[in-house]
Design a protein around this ligand. Structure first.
Ligand SMILES: [Mg+2]
Length: 126
């Protein structure tokens, strides 16, 4: 069972994503902010679903910390963003996110993207 860390400051979205993933047999760790997310990285999730716009520590800052740690840097990250702006996509390419999910999203899109990224990492490990 893949373990997914969901980082999202909006409680409704966090709960929705958590339910969707749990129903689909994923183990879910959830963090309402970047600080909690960094703590939960110690549990070595298989994938991180990372909201970008968060008060305190932004998703980009969380991503920088993930990418700077030897044990974490190869963890796949999908950015969860309401901003479909070119600037965000540019930053994401530079910082190496594996995919984007633009809010509001469809359940199918969320699951498809997670499955695809996990599948790619499995293939790369072999
Ligand atoms: Mg947010």
């Amino acid at each position: 069972m893949a373990k997914i860390l969901v980082v999202e400051d909006n409680e409704d979205i966090l709960n929705l994503v958590k339910i969707i993933l749990e129903v689909n047999n994923y183990e879910v760790l959830s963090a309402p902010d970047g600080y909690e997310a960094i703590k939960l990285m110690e549990c070595m999730p298989d994938l991180v679903l990372l909201d970008i716009m968060m008060p305190g520590m932004s998703g980009w800052e969380v991503l920088d910390i993930i990418r700077s740690k030897k044990e974490w840097k190869n963890t796949p990250v999908i950015a969860l963003t309401a901003l479909a702006q070119e600037k965000d996509i540019e930053i994401g390419v530079k910082k190496h996110v594996d995919d984007y999910i633009i809010k509001p999203f469809e359940k199918k899109e969320l699951l498809d993207k997670i499955n695809r990224v996990l599948e790619e990492y499995k293939l790369n490990e072999q």
